[in-house]
Structures are given as structure tokens and as C-alpha cells.
Ligand binder design. Structure first.
Ligand code: NAP
Length: 299
């Protein structure tokens, strides 16, 4: 490995092993996982992407997030290849399209995901976003998949507070393990109502786009003086400050995506950055959380 020494790898792995989030069923998962959107779509970068994912796993980012949607199954196939032989050490998350999330299609969808991933079960299966299938039907299907042993748990994605409340009125919904939503320092809408509500219900947030797509979603984040001064203080990069900020509390999981080894190392290093209250207060002043309802941002 050209980028990192064995002893540095061990340090990073240890830091990641200490940062865990407890799911409602008592299972601990890493605060930092790995996203895989757009992986497996380009044959010329495939090998590099697999190496990166494997390195992230070695560094302790053992939660891997994918979806049947990503590259029409291409991401699941790539993940399957990367986790071959180490499946048991992975917390594997995939998502079902809303139009497949009913009794007509979900069982085939799940089976196809399992085949592409080369496994017999998912650790977590998420409804990708709300569609036309009633929540009650999806919940019943998810519970059936659990009984069949095809999935160990289920959750949702892209549900705002009103949708979550509606979901919670369904029988079986107490088994919802997470809501995966967009969350980064420049997009704090969920802190007004969704996050406090989920905290009351003990449902963790899984943050997607935690580094605002490498800063591309909000250019000012990486240029900001406070972010840069905090990065200097910890001898890290501004992007790592963004990631450390997302996982500042122990009930938020972040799933940054990287397709380059140097990136995944930086992301994994963020597990050892613990921002002080002073840093967090300073970032709050520059990028304040909203004081009124903001619609959930969706990508
Ligand atoms: P992201 O993780 O915020 O950003 C990914 C981008 O950041 C990539 O372009 C990556 O470049 C770059 N990057 C990663 N680490 C970096 C580093 N250390 N320095 C500089 N650049 C870095 O955005 P995302 O991929 O959209 O979101 C993360 C994951 O969340 C997805 O992959 C997917 O699994 C999930 N997601 C879910 C939903 C949903 O609807 N549920 C929606 C969006 C995303 P390289 O690839 O070149 O390394």
C-alpha cells in the first residue's frame, strides 16, 4: 500500500472501532460507513474503486451502503466483488426502489440485490424514498423478508417528519432502524424538527452527502475561514472537518463515498477528530441551523 503505513492504518482502524452508533435493536454500527453511488459504472476505474472500498473496510468503515438503483445494479455488483471473503465483517445496506417496495416486486428485488451482492442476507434494507405503495404494505413486506432471513433489519430513506410520523402509525413500524437523509454542514434543515423527533423515537439518522459531494454542493463550505482555521488547528483538511462535524454526536452515521484511496484514508481519519464545543459553536454561528421548518432536501 503506497499511501499509508501499517501503523497508521492500525491507528485509523482503532479510531473507527471506537466510534459506533447504536441501532434501536441494540446493534452497534460504525459512525463512518462508505457510500457507493456511481461506483461500478466505469470499467476503466473499476479496479481502483474496488481497492478503495476494500481499503476503507480495512480502516474500519465496515458499513457499506448501496442500492438497486445505483448503476442499475452495477454498484451492488462491485460491492459484492469487494466484500467477497469478508462478508461477515460487513454491515451491508441496500435500498429498494419505491415502485418495487410492495408485495408484487419487493421479494424479487431483494433476491436480485442479494445475488448481485453475492450474499444470502442484507443487514439493513431501506425504502429508497416514498412512492405510491402504502407504508403499511412495505412494512409488512419488510417484516416478511426478515422472517425469511433475507434481511436482518429494515429502515427508510428520504422521509421528512410528516412522512415519518405517518410511517410510525403503521403496525410493525417500531422496527424501523434508521432514516437515511441528506445532511451536511451546509444543509441543516433536519435539525429543526426531523432530527429532534427521531431522537425522541430513538431512530438514528444516516447522513448521505455528508461532505456535500466533496464540497461541490456548497462551494463556500471549503472556502470558509472558520472551517479552514479549525482544520489547521487539528492538522487536517477542511473536508475532514465537515465529516467530523456530521458525526459529532453518537447517534449519527455518515456514509461518505470515495473512489480514490487517498480520499477514503482522509475520510476514515475523520473518526479521530473530536471537535470541541468551541469549534461547534463557531460553526453554528457561520452555518446556523434553521429556526423554522425547511423541507427535507433530497438529491
Ligand atoms: P458525498 O459522499 O458527500 O461526496 C462524494 C464525493 O466526494 C465524490 O465525488 C468523492 O470523490 C468526493 N470525496 C470523497 N472523499 C473525499 C476527500 N477526502 N477529499 C476530496 N473529495 C472527496 O456524496 P454522495 O456520494 O452523494 O453521498 C454519499 C453516499 O450516500 C452515496 O454514495 C450513496 O451511497 C448515499 N446516498 C443516498 C441517497 C439517498 O437517496 N438515500 C442519495 C445520495 C447519496 P471520489 O469519488 O473521486 O473519491
Amino acid at each position: 500500500m503506497d499511501f499509508i503505513s501499517e501503523s497508521d492504518m492500525e491507528k485509523i482502524r482503532n479510531a473507527n472501532e471506537k466510534r459506533k452508533v447504536k441501532l434501536p435493536d441494540g446493534t452497534f454500527v460504525p459512525s463512518l460507513g462508505q457510500g457507493t453511488w456511481y461506483l461500478g459504472e466505469n470499467p476503466s476505474t473499476r479496479e481502483r474503486e474496488i481497492k478503495t472500498l476494500k481499503l476503507g473496510i480495512e480502516l474500519g468503515m465496515t458499513l457499506v451502503d448501496t442500492a438497486e438503483m445505483y448503476g442499475d445494479g452495477g454498484s451492488e455488483r462491485l460491492v459484492g466483488e469487494a466484500i467477497r471473503g469478508i462478508r461477515d465483517s460487513i454491515f451491508l445496506v441496500s435500498k429498494v426502489y419505491p415502485h418495487n417496495a410492495g408485495s408484487k416486486n419487493i421479494f424479487t428485488s431483494c433476491e436480485n440485490s442479494l445475488k448481485r451482492l453475492g450474499t444470502d442476507h442484507l443487514d439493513l434494507y431501506l425504502l429508497h424514498w416514498r412512492g405510491g405503495v402504502p407504508f403499511q404494505e412495505t412494512v409488512e413486506c419488510m417484516e416478511k423478508l426478515k422472517k425469511q432471513g433475507k434481511i436482518l433489519r429494515w429502515g427508510v430513506s428520504n422521509l421528512d417528519t410528516a412522512d415519518m410520523k405517518e410511517l410510525m402509525s403503521c403496525s410493525g413500524s417500531e422496527n424501523c432502524m434508521a432514516n437515511q437523509v441528506l445532511y451536511h454542514l451546509g444543509s441543516r434543515g433536519i435539525e429543526f424538527d426531523l432530527m429532534p423527533w427521531q431522537r425522541e423515537c430513538n431512530i438514528p439518522i444516516m447522513a448521505y452527502c455528508p461532505i456535500a459531494k466533496g464540497g461541490r454542493l456548497r462551494k463556500e463550505l471549503l472556502e470558509d475561514e472558520a472551517v479552514n482555521e479549525i482544520a489547521l488547528k487539528y492538522h487536517v483538511r477542511p473536508l475532514q472537518v465537515l465529516l467530523a462535524w456530521v458525526i459529532r454526536d453518537d447517534d449519527i452515521i455518515a456514509i461518505p463515498k470515495a473512489s480514490r484511496e487517498e480520499h477514503v484514508i482522509e475520510n476514515a481519519e475523520a473518526a479521530s477528530i473530536v471537535l470541541s464545543k468551541e469549534d461547534i459553536d463557531r460553526l453554528d454561528r457561520v452555518f446556523p441551523k434553521p429556526d423554522k421548518k425547511v423541507r427535507l432536501e433530497i438529491l
